[in-house]
Design a protein around this ligand. Structure first.
Ligand SMILES: Nc1nc2c(c(=O)[nH]1)N[C@H]1C(S)=C(S)[C@@H](COP(=O)(O)OP(=O)(O)OC[C@H]3O[C@@H](n4cnc5c(=O)[nH]c(N)nc54)[C@H](O)[C@@H]3O)O[C@H]1N2
Ligand SMILES: Nc1nc2c(c(=O)[nH]1)N[C@H]1C(S)=C(S)[C@@H](COP(=O)(O)OP(=O)(O)OC[C@H]3O[C@@H](n4cnc5c(=O)[nH]c(N)nc54)[C@H](O)[C@@H]3O)O[C@H]1N2
Ligand SMILES: [Mo]
Length: 766
C-alpha cells in the first residue's frame, strides 16, 4: 500500500483535451475518494457567483458561467478535498515517521484528511495528538524564544485573502518580512518583469478580451491540463477564426485539440476543435531568441512597407506616445544574426517569419504564458520579450489585446495583493503601522531561494507554513531534506499528510485546517471568504460541504491562534473579533487598500468578481520613465549557467493531469499516454538512437554541473516522445533532486525548473 508505481504502461493518447477521457478520469476519482460530491450537487456550485471558488487553478470565473463551470482538474481537486477518508491519532500510532518516509507522495495524501493537531514525539518517532490550546501555547513559547529575523512564514497560494491578511500581519508584528510564497517558484518572474516594463505586477487581459482578440500567442503553458476552463475561451476564439500560435518544446495533447465535455453534441459526434493553428517546438529556454526572431521579422516587414509606401506595420503612434527604448531595441533586432537566433530558439527563420505575418495581420493580439517562460535563468527577460512583441503593435491597453500570465494556485495572485511579500517596498508598511500601532520591520525578508539558503546554512530557526509542501516543491532535494531535519521548529497548517510532515524539524507540529469547500462556522455565524483570479477579479466563496471532522479549525482561526500565543497583546488588534466575523477582516483590508477594496463586503458577490484597477490596462504606465519600456535582451541563451556540451541533455520538468503540484491524484497521465508510474523520462527517438537506448529501458539521471554536488534520480523508464533532440522531459516533483538551488532566474529567483543540464549514467554514446 505504501509504494505505488512500478513499470509504466505506455498507451496511445487518443483523446483530445476535454472529451470522454476527461469524464472518465473524474468519475474514477469521485468514486475512489468517496467524496462528498458523489451526487455532483457540489460541483454545480463550483465557480458560481454564490458558490465556492474552485481550489484548483486560478483561471477567471465568468459572470455568466456555464451550467457546469468546472473541469476535470477542478472536479478532482474538489473530490480530493471533500473525501470522506480521514486520519487521526490511531493512524499515527500505527506508523513511525521513519516508516512513512518510504511512502510515495500519492500514498501519503491518499490516507485522507488530517483531523487532529499533532506533535512529533522524538522518543517514539510518532506524531501524537495534542489539544489546540497546547499546540498554540507551545508553538508561541518556542517562537518567542527564536531570533525574530530567523523565522520564516511561508504560504502556498491557496489561503483566502482574509487569512493571508492576518498571516502577513502576524509576521510583521512578530518582527520580519520573511513571507515567501509559492509565487517565488512560479510567477515571480512575471511580477518583476511586468512591473519593470509596464508598471503593474499582474496581467492586463480580462475575459472579455478573449471575445475580441484575433491572435493568441501561447508560450509555455499547458492549458488542457493546468487551466482547462480556459479551453472554453480558446474554443470560442478559434470558432471566430482567431489564431492560436503555440510555443512549446513538447507536443502537448491539450494544446492540440479540444472536445467540450459539457456539450452533448460534441461528445456524441466526437467533434474536435483544433486549438493551435501553429505549433512551434522550440528549444527549452529558447523563448527569448524565438521572440527576438519574430520581432526582427516584424521590423523587416515594416521596413518593406515603408519602402513600398504601404501602411506601417509598427504602431508608430503608440510607440511614440506610450513607450521608451524603442530605437535601442530596433538596433538590436537589426544587428541580430539569424543563425544565432535559429540555434538558440531551435526554430527555423521561416517559422518565425510566418508568426510575424499572422501577428501583423491581427487587429488585436495577446500573449498568454506560464511556467515554460518564467522558470528559467532568463525568466524575467522572457517576460520582457513578450511585452516587447506586444508593444510593437500597440497590443496593450485595448480590447482583445494584452498580456496574460496564467497563474497557478487559486489565490496566489490575491495573497500578494493583501501583503504577503518579502519585499517591504511592496507592502503598505506605514499604513499597517498606523492602523495597528506598531513599527513594522523595514528590512527585506527572505524569498523561497533565500529561505532555502538560510536553512542550508543552519541560520533559520523556525519555519511556519500556511499550506504547501515546501521541501518537496523546492530544488536540491537531497541537501534540503538533510538540512530540514536540523531546523529547530517546523509548523505546518495543512489539509493532508505530505512529505514535508515526514521530513520535519527537531520540534514539529501539524495543524489541520478546514478546506475552502467546507462550511466554516464561527461565533458570528457561517463565514465566506474571498480570492483573486488570474485576471485580477475578486470573488466571494462560501463553503458548502460538511467538514470532514468537527475538530478542525479554519485557517483564519489557526493564524489568529498562533498570533495570540506569540505576540504581545495589542489593544488595536482584536484577533477574536476578526475570527468571529470575517466581514471585519474585509473591513480591515478595505481600510488598508481603499482604492482596491472599498465596499468590499458588498462587492464580493458581484457576478464575475470585481476587478482591481490595472493602470497598464488604461495605458497608464507606472514605470520609472512613465512609459512602457522596451527591453534589450542581455543574451539569447536561455539558461546561460549551463554548459550544454555534447553528452549533456537539457531536462525540463512538467505536470500531468494526475497531479496538482506535489499532490499526486494518480500515477496516470492520460494526455501523454503514460499509466501506472511517474518515473519516466520523455526522450526524442533520435536521442535514443544516438545513445543506443531502447524504449522501456531504465536509466539514472545525474546533474551535469561542476559544483561538486552529486544529484541523481534513479529508475526512470524511457518513453519515446515528440520533444526536440537534445532535450528530455520528466515530472515535477520527481525530478527536483536534479535542480541546483543556485540555478534560478536572475532577478526573480524563480528556480529554473525548465532547463536543467543532465547526463545519463552508463550511456554508450555511438
Ligand atoms: N492539473 C493541474 N493543474 C494545475 C497544476 C497542476 O499541477 N496540475 N499546478 C498549478 C500551478 S501552481 C501552476 S503554476 C500552473 C502551471 O501550469 P503551466 O504553466 O502550464 O506549467 P507546467 O506544466 O509546469 O509547464 C507548462 C509548459 O511549459 C512547457 N515548456 C517547458 N519548457 C519550456 C520553454 O523553455 N519554453 C516554452 N515556451 N515552453 C516550455 C512544457 O512542455 C509545458 O507544456 O498550473 C496550475 N494548475
Ligand atoms: N521541478 C519543479 N519544481 C516546481 C515546479 C515545477 O514546475 N517544476 N513548480 C513550482 C510551482 S509553480 C509551485 S506553485 C510550487 C508549489 O509548491 P507548494 O504550493 O508548496 O505545494 P503544493 O503541492 O501545492 O502543496 C500541497 C499541500 O498543500 C496542502 N493543502 C492543500 N489544500 C490546502 C488548504 O486549503 N489549506 C492548507 N493550509 N493546506 C492545504 C496539503 O497538505 C498538500 O499536501 O512548486 C514549485 N516547484
Ligand atoms: Mo505555481
Amino acid at each position: 500500500m505504501s509504494q505505488d508505481g512500478g513499470k509504466p504502461r505506455i498507451e496511445p493518447a487518443t483523446m483530445p483535451a476535454g472529451g470522454w477521457g476527461s469524464l472518465g478520469g473524474v468519475t474514477g476519482i469521485l468514486l475512489d475518494q468517496e467524496a462528498a460530491l458523489k451526487d455532483s450537487r457540489l460541483l454545480i456550485r463550483q465557480n458560481k457567483p454564490d458558490g465556492y471558488a474552485c481550489v484548483s487553478c486560478a483561471w477567471a470565473k465568468p459572470a455568466h458561467p456555464h451550467p457546469f463551470e468546472f473541469c476535470e482538474s477542478g472536479a478532482k481537486a474538489t473530490a480530493w478535498e471533500t473525501t470522506t477518508r480521514a486520519i487521526g491519532a490511531d493512524f499515527f500510532e500505527r506508523y513511525t515517521v521513519t516508516e512513512l518516509e518510504a511512502w510515495s507522495d500519492h500514498a501519503l495524501e491518499d490516507q485522507g484528511r488530517l483531523t487532529a493537531p499533532l506533535r512529533w514525539d522524538p522518543a517514539t518517532d510518532k506524531y501524537r495528538e495534542i489539544g489546540w490550546d497546547t499546540a498554540f501555547a507551545e508553538i508561541g513559547a518556542r517562537l518567542r524564544a527564536c531570533d525574530r529575523e530567523q523565522v520564516v512564514f511561508y504560504s502556498s497560494g491557496r489561503a483566502s485573502l482574509e487569512t493571508s491578511y492576518l498571516y502577513q500581519l502576524l509576521a510583521r508584528m512578530y518582527g520580519n518580512n520573511n513571507l515567501p510564497d509559492s509565487s517565488n517558484m512560479c510567477h515571480e518572474s512575471t511580477s518583476v518583469g511586468l512591473q519593470k516594463t509596464i508598471g503593474v505586477a499582474v496581467g492586463t487581459v480580462q475575459l472579455s478580451d478573449f471575445e475580441q482578440t484575433d491572435c493568441i500567442l501561447f508560450f509555455g503553458q499547458n492549458v488542457g491540463v493546468n487551466s482547462p476552463r480556459m479551453l472554453h475561451q480558446l474554443q470560442a476564439a478559434r470558432r471566430r477564426g482567431a489564431h492560436v500560435i503555440t510555443f512549446n518544446p513538447l507536443r502537448e495533447r491539450g494544446l492540440v485539440s479540444f472536445t467540450n465535455p459539457q456539450s452533448p453534441i460534441e461528445m456524441l459526434t466526437g467533434h474536435e476543435t483544433p486549438i493551435s493553428t501553429q505549433y512551434h517546438q522550440l528549444r527549452p529556454g529558447g523563448d527569448t531568441a524565438a521572440i527576438l526572431g519574430i520581432c526582427k521579422a516584424i521590423v523587416a516587414l515594416d521596413d518593406a512597407a515603408r519602402a513600398g509606401g504601404g501602411p506601417r506595420v509598427l504602431d508608430v503612434g503608440f510607440i511614440r506616445e506610450h513607450t521608451h527604448g524603442f530605437e535601442a531595441f530596433r538596433r538590436t533586432l537589426r544587428a541580430a544574426d539569424w543563425d544565432h537566433i535559429e540555434r538558440e530558439s531551435g526554430l527555423m527563420r521561416g517559422a518565425m517569419e510566418s508568426v510575424a505575418d499572422i501577428y501583423c495581420g491581427a487587429r488585436a493580439a495577446m500573449g498568454v504564458y506560464g511556467m515554460g517562460v518564467t522558470q528559467h535563468r532568463n525568466g524575467v527577460q522572457n517576460v520582457a520579450m513578450i511585452v516587447n512583441l506586444l508593444l510593437l503593435r500597440g497590443n496593450i491597453g485595448r480590447p482583445g489585446a494584452g498580456v496574460c500570465p496564467v497563474r497557478g494556485h487559486s489565490n496566489v495572485q490575491g495573497q500578494r495583493t493583501v501583503g504577503i511579500t518579502e519585499k517591504p517596498e511592496l507592502a503598505p508598511l506605514d499604513r499597517l503601522g498606523e492602523l495597528y500601532g506598531f513599527e513594522p520591520p523595514r528590512k527585506p525578508g527572505m524569498n523561497t531561494v533565500e529561505a532555502c539558503e538560510g536553512i542550508l546554512a543552519g541560520r533559520v530557526q523556525a519555519f511556519v507554513a500556511l499550506g504547501g509542501n515546501f521541501v518537496r516543491a523546492v530544488p536540491e532535494t537531497a541537501l534540503m531534506e538533510a538540512a530540514w531535519r536540523e531546523l529547530p521548529l517546523t509548523v505546518q497548517v495543512s489539509t493532508k499528510l505530505n512529505r514535508n510532515h515526514v521530513i520535519h524539524g527537531q520540534a514539529s507540529y501539524i495543524l489541520p485546517c478546514l478546506g475552502r469547500i467546507e462550511i466554516d462556522r464561527q461565533a458570528g455565524g457561517q463565514q465566506a471568504v474571498t480570492v483573486e483570479d488570474s485576471t485580477a477579479c475578486m470573488h466571494g466563496s462560501r463553503g458548502m460541504a460538511a467538514p470532514v471532522s468537527p475538530h478542525l479549525l479554519s485557517e483564519a482561526a489557526i493564524v489568529a491562534g498562533l498570533a495570540k500565543a506569540t505576540l504581545e497583546p495589542s489593544p488595536r488588534v482584536d484577533w477574536d473579533a476578526w475570527v468571529a466575523d470575517y466581514g471585519r477582516i474585509r473591513d480591515a483590508i478595505a481600510a488598508t487598500w481603499p482604492d482596491i477594496f472599498h465596499d468590499f463586503n458588498a462587492r464580493m458577490w458581484e457576478p464575475g468578481g470585481f476587478r482591481k484597477p490595472i493602470a497598464a490596462a488604461q495605458r497608464v504606465w507606472k514605470t520609472a520613465s512613465g512609459k512602457a519600456e522596451f527591453t534589450v535582451p542581455e543574451e539569447l541563451e536561455g539558461d546561460p549557467d549551463l554548459s550544454g556540451d555534447g553528452a549533456v541533455l537539457r531536462l525540463f520538468t512538467v505536470r500531468s493531469d494526475g497531479q496538482f503540484n506535489t499532490t499526486i491524484y494518480s500515477h496516470d497521465d492520460r494526455f501523454r499516454g503514460v499509466h501506472g508510474s511517474r518515473m519516466v523520462l520523455f526522450m526524442a527517438p533520435v536521442d535514443m538512437a544516438r545513445y543506443a537506448l531502447a524504449p522501456g529501458e531504465e536509466v539514472t539521471l545525474c546533474s551535469a554541473t561542476h559544483d561538486g554536488v552529486v544529484r541523481r534520480v534513479e529508475g526512470l523508464t524511457l518513453v519515446p516522445y515528440d520533444v526536440p533532440a537534445g532535450c528530455v522531459a520528466g515530472y515535477f516533483p520527481e525530478c527536483n533532486p536534479l535542480i541546483p538551488l543556485w540555478h534560478h532566474a536572475k532577478e526573480s529567483k524563480v528556480p529554473a525548473a525548465k532547463a536543467i543540464d543532465v547526463r545519463i549514467e552508463r550511456v554508450r554514446p555511438t
